[in-house]
Design a protein around this ligand. Structure first.
Ligand SMILES: [Zn+2]
Length: 138
């Protein structure tokens, strides 16, 4: 049953606005006390990821899933792991689409997305090793 006006239903998504000359000094390592300026959202306070570990749009991961699908199809034909079914693929894509890390890229790290991608695939296909999925993410 759906409840209208429920607290966790339809929470407003922040559109994230950074003020360019109002950057947050980010402490990198406690020992070095290095300050790296980062823009941050002046509405929700989320720090924007401007580092090398940049996130990708969901399409990137759907492409990677297709690569994995081809790999599994080949494995299946050799008598190895079974291929990815249409239902599994649909569920994985649906789960990804519902994850904030694939939709709100502002403060997300690519490594967080990769971990989530692996987690979702292994939810439906625990027989696929993490390293096999990682290999297809490179
Ligand atoms: Zn924001």
């Amino acid at each position: 049953m759906r409840e209208k006006g429920g607290e966790d239903m339809e929470k407003p998504i922040c559109r994230h606005r950074s003020i360019d000359d109002d950057w947050l000094p980010l402490l990198r390592r406690k020992s070095e006390m290095t300050l790296a300026p980062h823009p941050y959202c002046n509405k929700c306070g989320l720090v924007r990821n401007i580092g090398p570990d940049r996130p990708r749009k969901i399409g990137f991961y759907v492409d990677k899933l297709s690569e994995l699908e081809r790999y599994l199809k080949n494995e299946d034909s050799k008598g190895g792991k079974s291929k990815l079914t249409e239902a599994q693929k649909r569920l994985i894509v649906k789960d990804m689409a519902e994850q904030e890390v694939f939709n709100d890229l502002y403060g997300v790290l690519a490594s967080t997305q990769k971990d989530k991608f692996i987690e979702i695939i292994r939810k439906y296909r625990p027989d696929i090793a993490k390293r096999e999925i990682k290999y297809h993410l490179e």
